[in-house]
Design a protein around this ligand. Structure first.
Ligand code: GUN
Ligand code: ZN
Length: 429
């Protein structure tokens, strides 16, 4: 098997820095090395020791750049790439004005192919090696995304977005066609190469109870699939849900009553949760996904990261492109930091990096496989230049330790900070 050694500062995790002392959760080595064998990480250790043990392995020396697991985006919408940063609307108006007309264009498979490839390339430009994406109601939009990911050997999770009400006619399916299309796409793609299928009701306002029941039944038949949707993002949305589901105890109940609450459930946003919803999410071991640039851009609210982490919820981090305003998980970490500050909590760079890698992987039930700089994980790796612009470089020059050296890149970095990206052990050309 081909071996290679990457040298640099290495950052990995052995625990969760949100729930315990971050110092106990981190593995940092200022003169570290990553040994890659084939498509996997074989070993992490001191550069001197790994060089001596593997004298024949080709070496790429990144100096004082930071070698991290590749970023894992736990919730995004690849069909919204072309309309990112559209001005002036909050959630429901934003969906009707910008999102639905753009998603209707995915009836053209050639357009879906173009945007799928563009999105994955933009993700890699920004050091993101795994995307968890909503597609559109068109089955070809799912084929386009998985096909483009497979051509790049990227681990991705995606599913056909199902909607049978409160959306334009050309973006609606039915309970039966949502079930049938999702089932055949799942059978076609789930577990093929690095692809995983996620059953994807968009959110309860755009699905009838009949459609939610059908998708709940499909999930029960395929319990090893993930299920992704949206939950309690904006207050007017929550009121709308109450009107549409008068019997429901709360927003989460509109999923729970129809078989759409489970351990492999991914609930995007989850900002305005009631105590019952938090308890149920914890009891079943479901994950919530923090989408900080979106939550400020669309004006949704301040996610309670620390409160929910302390409550024992699994939490992923995500761009939510194109409700989110950036393709960059660095910018996403910065937004998470800013929202934390507005809630009176300064997140440590170790906690931010954990969320963007291990935290998202855990939410996706892929811990140890992706988002992990450790032996046995797939070699999806991002190398960060910690002095990538003049502004960052002058601040980096006075850094006192690795965290102080990294934090300016988290706050001010973009795709220029991405020195190199490896997908399954292969350096991106
Ligand atoms: N809720 C339902 N659909 C969407 C979407 O596309 N983006 C966001 N941010 N929230 C949603
Ligand atoms: Zn979303």
């Amino acid at each position: 098997m081909t071996k290679q050694l990457l040298l640099g500062q290495t950052l990995g995790f052995s625990g969760n820095p949100l729930t315990g002392d971050w110092r106990d959760a981190v593995n940092v080595d200022s003169a570290g090395a990553v040994l890659i064998e084939g498509d996997r990480i074989a070993q992490i250790g001191p550069a001197s020791a790994l060089r001596a043990a593997h004298p024949d392995a080709p070496v790429t020396d990144y100096g004082d750049a930071l070698i991290s697991a590749g970023f894992v985006d736990a919730h995004m919408h690849y069909p919204q790439t072309g309309m990112i940063a559209s001005w002036g609307k909050q959630l429901i108006d934003w969906l009707n004005t910008y999102t639905f007309p753009e998603e209707a264009r995915f009836g053209d498979p050639a357009y879906a192919d173009e945007i799928a490839g563009r999105t994955l390339d933009l993700a890699l430009d920004h050091g993101t090696t795994t995307l968890t994406s909503f597609c559109t109601i068109h089955p070809a939009s799912v084929d386009a995304f998985f096909g483009a990911a497979s051509a790049r050997n990227m681990a991705v999770i995606a599913g056909k977005t199902c909607m049978d009400r409160n959306a334009p006619d050309n973006l609606q399916d039915t309970p039966q066609s949502a079930y049938d299309d999702s089932k055949s796409l799942l059978e076609k793609w789930h577990g093929v190469g690095r692809a995983q299928y996620a059953i994807t009701p968009r959110f309860s306002p755009t699905s009838t109870p009949e459609q939610l029941v059908a998708l709940g039944a499909l999930w029960a038949e395929h319990p090893n699939c993930l299920m992704q949707t949206h939950l309690s993002e904006q207050l007017p949305e929550i009121e709308w849900v109450q009107g549409l589901f008068p019997e429901a105890r709360d927003y989460l109940d509109t999923y729970e009553s129809y078989g759409l609450l489970g351990e492999r459930g991914l609930y995007g946003h989850a900002i305005h949760l009631t105590p019952r919803e938090i308890d149920r999410l914890r009891e079943v071991g479901a994950a919530v996904v923090h989408c900080p640039t979106s939550n400020t851009f669309i004006g949704s609210g301040l996610f309670d990261l620390m409160g929910l982490a302390k409550a024992g919820l699994s939490i992923g981090l995500a761009t939510d492109t194109g409700g989110g305003s950036s393709f960059s998980m660095l910018r996403t970490m910065a937004a998470a930091y800013e929202i934390g500050q507005l809630r009176g909590m300064a997140l440590h760079p170790a906690q931010l990096m954990w969320l963007a890698t291990e935290g998202s992987a855990q939410a996706l039930h892929m811990s140890g496989k992706i988002g992990h700089l450790g032996a046995g994980a797939m070699a999806d790796i991002t190398v960060l230049d910690l002095a990538s612009t003049r502004a960052i470089s002058q601040r980096h020059a006075r850094a006192t330790d690795i965290w102080d050296a990294l934090f300016p890149t988290i706050m001010m970095g973009d795709d220029r900070a991405i020195r190199d990206v490896y997908v399954a052990g292969k350096r991106r050309a």
